[in-house]
Design a binder for this molecule. Structure first.
Ligand code: MG
Length: 333
């Protein structure tokens, strides 16, 4: 990590270098400048409890001062109609007072996650099949859409699927049908619905089994017909009702190339999660330049910074470093 004094030192060295270059007629690349006037977005999950600790208004101000303009929510509670512990409209006011726009919100229908969050000791409920969930999902979204219309969001994004439920191609088609149903209800309320991936959507399934993520390894052993779950979701949803938000980091964790997805699925991927192992750009493992260039070439604009380890107590610092990386990168607009 470069500190301020080192940065100023190297900046002034570059200035001297630039002067020398003028004299010697050699071209010297311009020193990187922090441009805080871009379209940076933040998935607020990144901040964890720090988002709501202390004064919400001051936290919003700190976010805006990093050059962030757009927010994607997490933590909406369909029962209390709050974000975290904050009333929806109070949250909206704090954002707007600080020139932050709430563009999107992550929400998962409770019925999908029912088995995951069961209270310890509670009798095991018989889990519903994906086919049996259609009506629950439809009913779930109606009040959620009403709440989010008040927030003025453009997108409602479902961030996950229940683990270990997609075991073959028919399961993936059943889940895609739930996404279609969700998309219809959300669209009827004037909001665009989308789906966000982790790595498990990059696994492959066949007609009767789930291949390993390394499905290609088995291509000579009866896995030739294996398909990537995310592809099945895209092929079996209506493009008008379901867009996709590609999480670049989880795509890489699923052993897939985000640029290849942005190329092959240019018509379906409309938003990105920009994420790295921790602080953006620090690992060198994510090719953000190629990702952003392809994303913009496809005509898109909304992306959201996301950083894990949300109980670290260091999330604001990590976000500041990450925003600075994007502000200093000329491939980010
Ligand atoms: Mg994500």
């Amino acid at each position: 990590m470069i500190n301020r004094r080192d940065f100023l030192k190297s900046a002034s060295l570059l200035s001297l270098g630039a002067l020398a270059a003028c004299n010697s007629k050699e071209a010297t690349p311009a020193a990187p400048v922090e441009n805080k006037n871009k379209g940076l977005g933040l998935q607020i999950y990144t901040l964890g409890p720090e988002m709501f600790a202390g004064d919400l208004n001051a936290n919003m101000k700190r976010i805006r001062e990093m050059g962030i303009k757009n927010l994607e929510l997490a933590g909406y509670n369909a029962d209390s109609h709050k974000i975290g512990e904050v009333e929806l409209l109070d949250f909206k006011k704090a954002a707007e007072d600080n020139d932050l726009k709430i563009v999107s919100s992550h929400v998962t229908p409770g019925v999908l996650m029912g088995g995951m969050f069961q209270r310890p000791g509670a009798p095991a409920a018989k889990p519903k099949t994906l086919k049996e969930m259609v009506n629950d999902v439809k009913e779930f979204w109606k009040p959620v859409v009403e709440d989010h219309a008040k927030l003025g969001v453009e997108y409602l994004v479902q961030p996950m699927m229940p683990p270990r439920t997609i075991n073959n191609i028919d399961d993936a088609k059943d889940f895609a049908n739930l996404l279609n149903v969700s998309g219809e209800v959300v669209k009827a309320g004037g909001i665009q619905f989308g789906y966000h991936n982790h790595n498990m959507e990059m696994a492959k399934v066949t007609a009767d089994s789930q291949a390993a993520v390394l499905g290609d390894l088995f291509s000579g052993m009866g896995m030739r017909d294996a398909q990537i779950i995310e592809d099945l979701y895209m092929d079996n949803t209506d493009p008008a009702n379901v867009i996709f938000e590609l999480d670049c980091y989880w795509t890489v964790m699923g052993q897939q190339d985000p640029v290849a997805w942005l190329t092959r699925r240019a018509d379906r991927i409309k938003m990105l999660h920009i994420k790295d192992f921790m602080v953006l750009g620090a690992s060198g493992a994510m090719n953000f330049k190629n990702i952003f260039e392809k994303f913009y070439a496809n005509g898109n604009k909304y992306f959201f910074i996301e950083i894990e380890d949300t109980n670290s107590g260091k999330q604001f610092e990590r976000l500041e470093e990450s925003a600075r990386f994007l502000n200093m990168s000329d491939f980010v607009k």
